[in-house]
Ligand binder design. Structure first.
Ligand code: PMP
Length: 364
């Protein structure tokens, strides 16, 4: 077993060890070709198989029907903030946005540049500590789509339901919780996610788009930004990020072998449960950021009594082999990202460290 740090990084983040080992074993001579996958044409049969198998395995894992296209695009999730309104929001129409923090508000900002992106609901006033119930907002019914972020990576909040929109198309940024639990893709018009949390390395963004929406994509868009053209070329309009896509394929296969997303979700529930119990049982030494009904199973955000103690926590944790626990620079505090590939053992080690840190620092 190679030495592996307990990695709580928010992304790029931990990848499954068997996936890394498989990539390593095949790095130099891929499928007997005498070259790396990174050195061969993306138009050849070997890459073709990798590409299409990755799509097939994602379809299996997420239950994606033939009503949807599965696209791989560049530019990260942030590029999708702009591409979604550019492709799907005609000038005279409105789109509604739920603002649960940085990523959601960034998406709204981009929509505002293209057309009528409108704020439907925000938890900004309470430092983005919760997500809304469906009764907290009202759609008019003529919106082009409703956009939300299923998991806020920075504030550690997560929707535990899919919003009910009464027929308005639903678009979701699932960058930080895709593949962490089963999801009914049929409820969505479009789902997108950067790969670098639960799916693979940075460099590719997954877009799952209902085929009928593609008719809206205007020919005036640059070609590589037009979902309809990218879909028509099976994401090979230009050279796709071959290695990240290969890695996403390995992760997808690995998750299928683990028993699929039900099994993955059960594991994630145990990990998050252990960490939130450690916070709740600490008699106020640790305080969670998110309200209980909005707690994320991917990013657990909390703090100690002071910024100085938070800093010490991060330093002492790093010395004990626990990395990536500093909160996002915009909110401070602490954050443990416990994506799919973070082992339960790492979470137990963190819980133990938290108890021990509390004992040492509450005696003073
Ligand atoms: N959305 C969410 C929910 C994220 O967590 C992030 C990145 N952490 C982004 C969007 C932006 O992703 P990218 O850096 O791939 O553009």
């Amino acid at each position: 077993m190679p030495h592996r740090t307990h990695n709580f990084s928010a992304g790029p983040a931990a990848l499954p060890l068997p996936v890394l080992e498989s990539a390593q074993a095949n790095l130099v001579n891929f499928a007997g070709s005498g070259m790396s996958l990174m050195e061969m044409s993306h138009r050849g049969p070997i890459y073709d198989e990798v590409h299409n198998q990755c799509i097939a395995d994602l379809r299996t894992l997420l239950g994606i029907s033939e009503d949807y296209d599965v696209l791989f695009m560049g530019g990260g999730a942030r590029t999708q903030f702009a591409l979604i309104p550019m492709n799907l929001l005609p000038a005279e129409q409105r789109a509604a946005y739920i603002d649960t923090g940085t990523w959601a508000s960034g998406a709204l900002r981009e929509a505002g540049k293209v057309g009528h992106g409108e704020l439907l609901w925000s938890s900004k006033e309470s430092t983005y500590d919760h997500v809304p119930a469906d009764t907290d907002w009202n759609l008019q019914g003529d919106e082009c789509y409703l956009h939300y972020t299923s998991n806020n990576t920075i504030y550690g909040t997560q929707f535990n339901h899919v919003p009910e929109t009464d027929g308005v198309d639903l678009i979701c940024d699932m960058s930080s919780d895709i593949l962490s639990r089963p999801v009914d893709v049929n409820r969505f018009a479009l789902i997108y996610a950067g790969a670098q949390k639960n799916m693979g390395p940075a460099g590719v963004t997954l877009v799952i788009v209902r085929k009928d929406l593609l008719q809206r994509c205007s020919d005036t868009l640059p070609e590589v930004m037009n979902y309809r053209l990218v879909a028509a070329k099976n994401s090979m309009l230009n050279t796709p990020p071959v290695f990240p896509i290969y890695m996403v394929g390995l992760v997808a296969r690995h998750l299928i072998e683990l028993g699929g997303l039900e099994a993955v979700a059960a594991n994630n529930r145990s990990k998050a449960g252990a960490l939130y119990s450690a916070i709740d049982d600490s008699e106020g030494f640790y305080r969670g950021h998110s309200r209980e009904n909005s707690r994320s199973e991917m990013n657990v955000t909390f703090r100690t009594q002071s910024a100085e103690l938070d800093k010490l926590f991060v330093e002492e944790a790093a010395a004990a082999g626990l990395s990536g626990l500093k909160g996002h620079r915009s909110v401070g505090g602490l954050r443990a990202s416990i994506y799919n590939a973070v082992p339960l053992d790492s979470v137990h080690t963190l819980v133990e460290f938290m108890g021990e840190f509390q004992r040492r620092h509450s005696e003073k």
